[in-house]
Structures are given as structure tokens and as C-alpha cells.
Design a binder for this molecule. Structure first.
Ligand SMILES: Cc1ncc(COP(=O)(O)O)c(C=O)c1O
Length: 461
């Protein structure tokens, strides 16, 4: 074996990076670190449970050479099982609910798995539910093994053996809180058990999705009538045996829209490419940080990758159709606009002569220039303001300081503001000065927006 390599894809599972949240954690006293579950070879944290489930089944003789692994999966566990199965010569059949993204189905078929799709809105006991269909397939398929992530203790144990110790070593024990979405509960229960054994004061925070039974049961012991939601992989309409809710110290619930908007923000503002359940988990981490309001190291697990949701969370039409994106948000942000047409910002100082500013505008072919007073914005000067000044004062005006010709026909805007909010700025004849961290990032005029919208057909993706 060559140095630096591993023998099979299964050996490449784990050792995922831990990345600090920066822009989205501004103003918090605690630090939030994201554990990038999507950096596993199958694209999700579920590779860890797939490996332990298969290893244990092989040890017990439940999975024999040439056997078929059957699972009811939202996709990620399937992918974990499928890559290990491919490397070890097993077959796979996966049963999925119809709300799961097509990317996940296609990705599983690409690894040679058979995928059976079942309706989402039926009771778990209904013969059409994906749990029931999985059980039936197990009974009908010779030499098959039902990996059963919802009731297999090897799921929870995988995190006790892998995610927990890995985080403990990676953080040198400096972890104060661990946040995970609640699906099968394997992640929070297994990781949490390990961390609490090492450091009992580690807080465990569960992130649930509105519509799921977990949050209310954790809070008050009540079992609500579950309803369907769009975030994939977390929340349940029943109680799997893989979860121990009593280990959870704090539990928060968020809805689809909040989760998806956070998922998009993670991608655009941090370059962290996670799916919807990662968005829910980060919301929970931020809420916990706000509530404790003191320095602490909070680790949040991001289960899977944005790549699996390009036709959903990252598709503005899908987001709008589902009411998750306001119409103006669909047009992207001022930063997106500047990205389409990056131009250097030409500015002048307020003591500069009008003559020199006219020359500057002519040489760059621009019709307005921001005027600075040292590092501060003092106004802008436009072609028409200069013309007015020269017409009324004659040639003498050319030697006056440009400060005397500035206008306040502008709006200072943060680059992350949605483009759609500014139609009225232009109808008032103003321009936009994009200002970030004490610097001008750009100047946006009506024609820039028209140009941007015609390039992006109104919706940057
Ligand atoms: C995308 C996604 N997020 C979160 C989870 C939840 O993890 P766990 O089942 O360990 O609670 C899963 C599990 O299916 C998942 O696929």
C-alpha cells in the first residue's frame, strides 16, 4: 500500500473538517464550529452508520457474501450503504418516500442500487408506507439483510464509536456543546453519550423541524399530530428506538422556510455547502448561543451537501412556488449583481477640483463618482449636478472643490441586501452606493440592474 492512501472507500470515512462560522455568527459571544458531514466519501454523515451497520452484520453472520442490503432511507444512509456494498460486492435495494429529491434517487441508482419509491402521506403502519414496503421486501428477498437504521442499535453505536471520539480528539476536549438535527436520533444519542462520558457538562442540543413529533414530546411529553414538511432527513412521525430524547438538554424547532433560508445563507455567506437539515441545525446552534450569551465552543453537525438539493433549496422557482422565497428575494442580492459585472470603484476626494473630476469621469466613461472625505463617504457627484454647476457659475466652477457639487441622490446599501428592494430608489432618480466594512464596494445604477436582470433572467442561481 502506498503511503498516504487507504485500502477501500470505507477507510476514507470520517476525519471530517471542523470549520468556524464567521459572518453568520457575528455578535455572538460563543463560537460555532461546523462539522462537515458532507465531506465523507458518500456525501453525508450517514457513511459512518452504514459502515458500522455493515461491519456488525458481517460479524454476526446476518450479511453473507453476495447478499442484498435493504433499507428504508431518505437517501443518505442508502448512499453510505451503497458505496460500501459496491466495494464489498453486496447488492442494495432502497425504499424511499416520494418527497425525497430526485438527485438522491439518481445518485443511488448510479451506484447500482435498486430504488423503490413510496407515498409520504400515509401512516407508518400503512402497507404502502416506506417502512412497510421495506419489511415486505426483506421477507421476499433471499439472502437479504434489513439494515433498519430506525431500530438498529449499531446506528447509534456508530456515532458513539466514531463521531464522538473524533470530535473529542479534534477539539482537544474544548467542546462545550454539540448540536445535531433529530432524525433517527443516532447522531445526537451516540455522539452525545460519548461526549457526556468524557465531559458531563457538554450540552446536547437537538434541532427539530416543525411538523415532527420530537420537539413537543421533549418539551412536555405530548405527542402532537404530525404534519408533512419539506426538510429532508430530520423530524419523525413516530419514535425510533435509536433515539434517547432524555439525553437532549435543549431542543429547538424551526420551520421549512427558516431552515432553507439559513441553508442558502450558509452557502452564500460562508461557502458552507450543506442541505436543509444543516440549516435547521445551524439555526439551533445560533439560538443556543444567543440564549447562553457567554463564550463557549459549540459544534454543529452538518449532515449532507447542498449538491443534493440543487433542484429544490437552491432553485429559486421551487423556493417561490413553495412560499419560501419572497418575490424580491428571488432576484438575488446586490453582491450577486456586482459579481455579474465587477468593475473597479472610481472615487474622488472632496477637495479635488471639479476640472479633475470631469477628466476622471471622461477617462473612465462614467457618469457618477462617489466623493470621499478621508475614509468617509461625503456624497456623490453626477454628470447632471456638474453640468448645473458649470452652467450657473461658468468656467470658474471648474476650479472649485468637487465638495461644492455633490448631491445626496443616493442610498447606501449593504451588499447582502436583496436587489428587489431597490426599485423605488431608482424611480426617485437615485443611485446605490454599496458600502461594506468601511469601503465602497461598487456603485449601482438603473442600467446596471437592467443589465444584471437580463443576464440572469431575473433569478441568479
Ligand atoms: C440529511 C439528514 N440530516 C439529518 C439526519 C439526522 O441524523 P440522525 O438520523 O442521526 O438523527 C439525517 C438522517 O437521515 C439526514 O439524512
Amino acid at each position: 500500500m502506498m503511503k498516504g492512501s487507504v485500502a477501500t472507500v470505507a477507510d476514507a470515512i470520517g476525519n471530517t473538517p471542523l470549520v468556524r462560522l464567521n459572518r453568520l455568527a457575528q455578535g455572538l459571544k460563543a463560537d460555532i464550529y461546523c462539522k462537515l458531514g458532507y465531506m465523507n466519501p458518500g456525501g453525508s454523515v450517514k457513511d459512518r452508520i452504514a459502515l458500522n451497520i455493515i461491519n456488525q452484520a458481517e460479524k454476526r453472520g446476518q450479511l453473507k457474501p453476495g447478499g442484498t442490503i435493504i433499507e428504508a432511507t431518505s437517501g443518505n444512509t442508502g448512499m453510505g450503504l451503497a458505496i460500501i456494498a459496491a466495494a464489498r460486492g453486496y447488492k442494495c435495494t432502497f425504499v424511499m418516500a416520494d418527497k425525497q429529491s430526485m438527485e438522491k434517487v439518481k445518485a443511488l441508482r448510479a451506484v447500482g442500487a435498486k430504488v423503490v419509491i413510496c407515498p409520504t402521506d400515509v401512516e407508518p403502519e400503512d402497507p404502502r408506507s416506506y417502512y412497510s414496503v421495506a419489511k415486505r421486501l426483506v421477507a421476499e428477498t433471499p439472502n437479504s439483510f434489513y439494515s433498519n437504521q430506525y431500530h438498529n442499535p449499531d446506528n447509534t453505536e456508530a456515532h458513539y464509536l466514531s463521531t464522538g471520539p473524533e470530535l473529542w480528539t479534534q477539539t482537544g476536549g474544548e467542546i462545550d456543546a454539540f448540536v445535531a438535527g433529530l432524525g433517527t436520533g443516532g447522531t445526537i444519542t451516540g455522539t452525545g453519550r460519548y461526549l457526556k462520558e468524557r465531559k458531563p457538562e457538554v450540552a446536547l442540543i437537538g434541532a427539530d423541524i416543525a411538523g415532527s413529533v420530537y420537539y413537543d414530546f421533549w418539551k412536555s411529553g405530548q405527542i402532537i399530530e404530525p404534519y408533512s414538511y419539506k426538510v429532508e432527513g430530520i423530524g419523525e412521525d413516530f419514535f425510533p428506538t435509536t433515539i434517547d430524547l432524555s439525553i437532549v438538554d435543549h431542543c429547538y424547532q424551526f420551520n421549512d422556510k427558516e431552515s432553507f433560508l439559513m441553508t442558502r445563507a450558509l452557502s452564500r455567506q460562508e461557502g458552507i455547502l450543506t442541505g436543509g437539515s444543516g440549516g435547521t441545525a445551524v439555526l439551533a446552534a445560533i439560538k443556543y448561543a444567543e440564549q447562553i450569551d457567554r463564550p463557549a465552543n459549540i459544534v454543529v453537525l452538518l449532515p449532507d451537501s447542498s449538491v443534493r438539493y440543487l433542484n429544490k433549496i437552491f432553485d429559486d422557482d421551487w423556493m417561490r412556488e413553495n412560499g419560501f422565497l419572497d418575490p424580491e428575494e428571488g432576484l438575488g442580492t446586490i453582491r450577486d449583481l456586482l459579481g455579474v459585472k465587477p468593475t473597479p470603484v472610481i472615487s474622488c476626494q472632496k477637495a479635488d477640483k471639479i476640472r479633475d473630476v470631469v477628466a476622471l469621469m471622461k477617462s473612465h466613461g462614467i457618469s457618477q463618482v462617489p466623493v470621499l472625505d478621508g475614509g468617509q463617504l461625503a456624497g456623490i457627484v453626477t454628470e447632471s449636478a456638474l453640468l448645473d454647476r458649470i452652467v450657473s457659475d461658468g468656467q470658474d466652477a471648474l476650479d472649485a472643490a468637487v465638495a461644492s457639487a455633490t448631491t445626496n441622490a443616493y442610498e447606501v446599501v449593504d451588499p447582502d441586501a436583496p436587489v428587489g428592494l431597490f426599485a423605488n430608489v431608482f424611480s426617485q432618480g437615485k443611485v446605490i452606493v454599496v458600502w461594506e466594512r468601511g469601503e465602497i464596494r461598487g456603485l449601482v445604477t438603473k442600467i446596471d440592474v437592467i443589465d444584471y436582470l437580463s443576464h440572469t433572467q431575473g433569478a441568479p442561481r
